[in-house]
Write a protein that binds this ligand. Structure first.
Ligand code: MEV
Length: 434
């Protein structure tokens, strides 16, 4: 389809935007209009709130919000909110939570909370002059940013340090002001970026008077790679205690499980899928709590490749008949600022977790990732993944075929004892309807 460009689109009213869209991209305007408008919230105030989160909002995009109960984390019991479309994720998390609840629960600790931002600049003059200028200007970089940092300072956070980094061996004339921050319960993106832009302004403004004549500021931006904002989550128990109805032979299970983790540690193709399963849990909680899942994704995957080869984020150890399984990831999340007090469901999700601090949320998110990986590896190394996946996917197939409540009830019962495949479900529906 060839479309005409449009200028001033963002200035049109919502109705006009939809009209343009329907006329431009759809043959059947009525059906498309119905789809778009049926997701509008009848509460106009609430709808306006959502409209104003982004530009050019035309409607709301629903994802299910599920909950996974029975998560025992450092002796505290949580029901974890998860926003996700994949049918088996919440069920798997809940199963893993129950499994580990009966075996002492999860332990989690925040190792560090330092965040990073950089002013990237080029300079072609004397390195000694630059270094001496940086030494002189550093206190002013911090004091000029005081109007941005004063509230954060009062609460115990703020700028931790600023370093001048020489990157000229990697790229001609390239230097950085590499700054570290403590942003407490805020994810801190806006705080860090505002500080960085102020550093850049101060740095540039006084350079000439210190013989540093051709500083060119390229950009000022936080880094989503936060290897010093780390959290660790762990489960451990005696191997014999792993026994349950799906694990009749816990020794073989533990060995196979450990082998599955080792494979993900050495084989990037497997590591990516293995870590994707971890992110099923992590993203779902990050999203439900109004955090930036793209930032978390980018940072976590960079961390998985920190040793030069993409590898597993979880590890497993068997020592003295004790099975230990853990995850270590960087996580920049916040429980204040951003959407946290604006989006009613985010507020609700945080309340469900007892209004955690950012540190507590880091622990909860890491635990959800570990639980997800445990559930996936448990299935993969025992029954295979499809049994559970297809059971959860059954409802999607039934909905695809517009099964009514009675048909759903009958087919769910039937598939409790029969293997779910797409064709088996189609066959069963046809048989039921004939
Ligand atoms: C599917 O969303 C996630 C898994 O593929 C993860 C894994 O293979 O470990 C089951």
């Amino acid at each position: 389809m060839i479309q005409n460009t449009i200028s001033g689109f963002s200035k049109l009213s919502k109705t006009k935007k939809i009209d343009w869209l329907l006329n431009t991209c759809f043959d059947n305007n009525d059906t498309a209009k119905k789809v778009v408008t049926q997701y509008w919230n009848s509460d106009e105030k609430l709808q306006k709130l959502h409209d104003e989160f982004i530009e050019n909002t035309i409607t709301n995009f629903y994802l299910p919000l599920g909950v996974a109960p029975n998560f025992l984390v450092n002796e505290n019991l949580y029901t974890i909110p998860m926003a996700i479309e994949e049918s088996s994720v919440v069920a798997a998390a809940s199963k893993a939570a129950k499994f580990w609840f009966e075996r002492g629960g999860f332990k989690a600790e925040v190792i560090s909370t330092t965040k990073i931002g950089q002013v990237h600049f080029t300079f072609s003059g004397s390195k000694t002059d630059l270094q001496s200028y940086f030494k002189t200007i550093k206190p002013q970089l911090i004091s000029d940013a005081y109007h941005i940092t004063k509230n954060m300072n009062r609460r115990g956070g703020g700028i931790l340090d600023i370093e001048l980094r020489d990157k000229t061996e990697e790229l001609d004339n390239y230097y950085q002001l590499h700054a570290t921050f403590e942003t407490l319960d805020a994810m801190g993106a806006n705080f860090i970026n505002s500080c960085l832009e102020q550093f850049a302004e101060t740095f540039k403004a006084h350079a000439k008077t210190h013989k540093v004549t051709n500083v060119n500021i390229v950009m000022s931006i936080l880094s989503n790679y936060v290897p010093q904002c780390l959290v660790r989550a762990e489960v451990r128990c005696k191997i014999t205690d792993l026994k349950d109805k799906d694990i009749p032979d816990p020794i073989t299970f533990a060995e196979n499980f450990k082998q599955a983790v080792s494979i993900a540690e050495v084989e990037p193709h497997r590591a990516v899928t293995h870590n994707k399963g971890i992110m099923n849990g992590i993203d779902a909680v990050v999203l439900a709590t109004g955090n930036d899942f793209r930032a978390v994704e980018a940072g976590v995957h960079a961390y998985a490749a920190k040793d030069g080869k993409y590898s597993s984020l979880t590890h497993c150890n068997i020592d003295n008949d004790i099975f230990c399984f853990w995850l270590e990831i960087p996580l920049a999340v916040g429980t204040v600022g951003g959407l946290t007090s604006l989006h009613p469901l985010v507020k609700f999700a945080l309340q469900m977790l007892g209004n955690p601090s950012a540190k507590d949320l880091m622990k909860i998110v890491a635990v959800a990732g570990l639980a997800q990986n445990f559930a996936a590896l448990k299935s993969l190394t025992t029954s295979g993944i499809q049994q559970g996946h297809m059971k959860m996917h059954l409802m999607n197939i039934l909905n695809q075929f517009k099964a009514n409540d009675e048909e759903k009830k009958a087919l769910i019962t039937y598939f409790k004892t029969n293997t779910v495949t797409h064709s088996a479900v189609v066959e069963a529906i046809e048989k039921l309807r004939s």
